[in-house]
Design a protein around this ligand. Structure first.
Ligand code: TRP
Ligand code: SF4
Length: 328
């Protein structure tokens, strides 16, 4: 039996992963693999809560995301990588937890209120969308993890999970530990247009982008808006390209660019080309591994199925305890 603390986290298959996902969550998960016993899964049922009217891409996104994960360094040798819908126990626990979850807890959920407001083009007045956190609670407590690494946006869901676990224990006896929120620091990575990087804003650089695509996306990035002409001095502090330099360019060169920008010693075109080159280079190992897995779809499929088989063993054990606790 491993002595490592267990963690669990998941992603919805709503699109290929971009740099924001890599820097915000995935790189962090990769690093946690040695210190923790890790369960990472693709929450495909959760994708249905908002995309039930557009289900065709979900299957491809699942494979793409698993390839993104593997390319970025998650590995079945260290972690249990699985798919929510392949472990049906999640649905059973969801049903049981829904019996004890007060509706006002769900209506109060900030993520719920925000999304209902934001995604006004979709009909989210469904039972399933309201119950999103109950399914998430099932995903989590099923594995009795010590903690759940998530960004701030997901923290309320883990809080509700703790409350649901507590309520279950209150009615049926002590089955579930309350999981900790392990807050992932998200470096402020902005999209190519300065808004938050997001697939839906069409401003993202994807892990799967080719060097040519990266070059052209970087070429169209917004720089210092005050710097209209090549001869105008610029201000790197307000420039998106410079933010990327800080992540992907060596410190000495960053200092040089800073100085050259302020004195109009370097033009934005050249500056962007340098940045694009460094970014392309940084993503090269990921691109290489991606090519390997893209050429082996059966292997990717097998990793998902085997990981799910492993996860199911834990899930089955938990469900035995749950059925005993609720006497059904
Ligand atoms: N709600 C999460 C998201 O949108 C995905 C998710 C589903 C999840 N179940 C989870 C995350 C359990 C952590 C733990 O990103
Ligand atoms: Fe931004 Fe570089 Fe142009 Fe300066 S030179 S404004 S840092 S792109």
């Amino acid at each position: 039996m491993s002595q490592k603390k267990r963690i669990l986290s998941g992603m919805r298959p709503t699109g290929p992963l971009h740099l924001g996902n890599l820097l915000g969550a995935l790189a962090n998960w990769v690093n946690m693999q040695d210190e923790y016993e890790c369960f990472f899964f693709i929450a495909d049922w959760h994708a249905l809560t908002s995309d039930y009217d557009n289900i065709d891409p979900i299957k491809d996104y699942k494979r793409e995301i698993m390839i993104d994960w593997l390319s970025a360094g998650l590995t079945p040798d260290k972690s249990t990588l699985f798919v929510q819908s392949l472990v049906k126990e999640h649905a059973e626990l969801f049903l049981i937890l829904s019996m004890i979850t007060p509706v006002p807890w769900l209506e109060r959920n900030p993520t719920y209120k925000e999304q209902i407001g934001q995604l006004s083009n979709k009909d989210l007045s469904t039972f399933g969308f309201l119950g999103y956190p109950v399914l998430q609670a099932s995903d989590i407590i099923m594995y009795k993890p010590y903690g759940v690494p998530v960004g701030v946006d997901q923290a309320p869901h883990v809080e509700i999970t703790r409350e649901i676990a507590r309520r279950f224990n209150h009615f049926f006896g002590n089955v579930f530990p309350e999981p900790e929120v392990i807050l992932t620091e998200t470096p402020r990575i902005l999209g190519t247009d300065r808004r938050k990087m997001s697939k839906s804003y069409d401003n993202a650089i994807f892990l799967s982008d080719s060097p040519e695509t990266i070059r052209s996306k970087v070429a169209s990035m917004i720089t210092d808006p005050q710097r209209a002409r090549r001869a105008d001095p610029g201000n790197p502090d307000v420039c998106k390209v410079f933010d990327f330099h800080k992540l992907y360019t060596g410190a000495d060169t960053v200092a040089e660019i800073d100085q050259q920008c302020r004195t109009a010693g370097i033009g934005c075109v050249e500056c962007k080309q340098k940045m694009a080159q460094n970014l392309i280079q940084a993503l090269e190992p990921i691109r290489e591994k991606r090519a390997y897995y893209e050429a082996r779809p059966e292997l990717v499929e097998e990793i998902m199925v085997e990981g799910s088989n492993t996860a199911r063993q834990t899930a089955q054990k938990t469900m035995e305890e749950v059925r005993q606790a609720i006497k059904i």
